[in-house]
Design a protein around this ligand. Structure first.
Ligand code: ZN
Length: 278
């Protein structure tokens, strides 16, 4: 999940008296990551990313993986997978699964955290409790170490007006959840004293990817991220809309590509999607 720095600045103005120190930095710091070199992502790879239904805007190569839509790591395995399952659609915006879901249900997935401040652990436990309150066939439990999903930190400042709040990936073809959630410890992501509800919402979002949820606003990231409209690929073909959900946008989903800085949890449509899948 990402946050737009311009939105963040405007929020900072509104709360200037409270959080001035967290807002005074801009993104001109020397440690700003360099943009990817021209040609780093080949046209062939971009075509595959588009065919998989993801945005080809702002694709970053990370080792053997590609980071798309701000916070989703696509692995070599993802690129070799063949789409065989229908996608599901909720509202006109999308709340649909990836090719793979977590299998062998009912099942409990363990989550651990390491080398992060206590507030991140509290947020992870809160996110687990919120998910379990949905009473699905998939559940989560917190463990001290070596969880099926491991929450780790990274420190990265803003780039191109956006800062990455956290990232993760999609389930494996064997039906296991993606095994890592990365949370940004940079003070420009959550401030020097992160608010636990905000952190919880980002952990919830990244868990959503780990079990197969894509961005709700894949069709147009400008919906949550602002800026120019950019359709996130062509995977709408074969989409099945869940009956009873609206045909308008879904402005409060926890799986929107960009955060609005609030504690955004499951809305009614998110719950319908999760109950449909699990
Ligand atoms: Zn995301």
């Amino acid at each position: 999940m990402k946050m737009n720095q311009f939105l963040k600045v405007s929020m900072c103005v509104a709360f200037a008296a409270l959080v001035l120190s967290a807002c005074t930095k801009n993104n001109q710091s020397a440690d700003k990551p360099a943009p990817p070199a021209a040609g780093e992502v080949s046209a062939d790879v971009l075509k595959k990313i588009s065919d998989m239904g993801f945005s080809t805007t702002d694709v970053h190569k990370q080792g053997d993986d590609y980071l798309v839509e701000g916070d989703i790591l696509l692995t070599p395995e993802n690129f070799s997978e063949v789409v065989t399952s229908p996608t599901i659609r909720i509202a006109e915006t999308e709340q649909y699964r990836t090719n793979n879901l977590v299998k062998k249900l009912p099942r409990t997935i363990s989550i651990s955290i390491s080398n992060l401040p206590t507030v991140y652990k509290t947020a992870t436990i809160n996110a687990i409790n919120r998910f379990n309150a949905l009473n699905l066939t998939l559940r989560f439990k917190f463990v001290g170490s070596a969880g099926n999903i491991q929450v780790v930190g990274f420190n990265e400042g803003p780039s191109d007006g956006f800062i990455t709040l956290g990232s993760s990936g999609f389930p494996t073809s064997a039906g296991n959840p993606y095994n890592q959630i990365r949370m940004n410890t940079n003070s420009q992501a959550y401030g020097t004293s992160p608010e636990v509800g905000y952190l919880t919402s980002v952990v919830e979002h990244e868990i959503g990817h780990c079990i197969g949820l894509r961005h709700t606003d894949y069709f147009n990231r400008a919906f949550s991220c602002g800026g120019a409209a950019s359709n996130e690929g062509s995977a709408g073909i074969g989409a099945v809309r869940i009956p009873g959900t609206p045909s308008t946008g879904d402005s409060t989903s926890f799986m929107l590509a960009c955060s609005n800085g609030s504690d955004r949890s499951y809305n009614a449509n998110d719950k319908i999607a999760l109950r449909y899948l699990y």
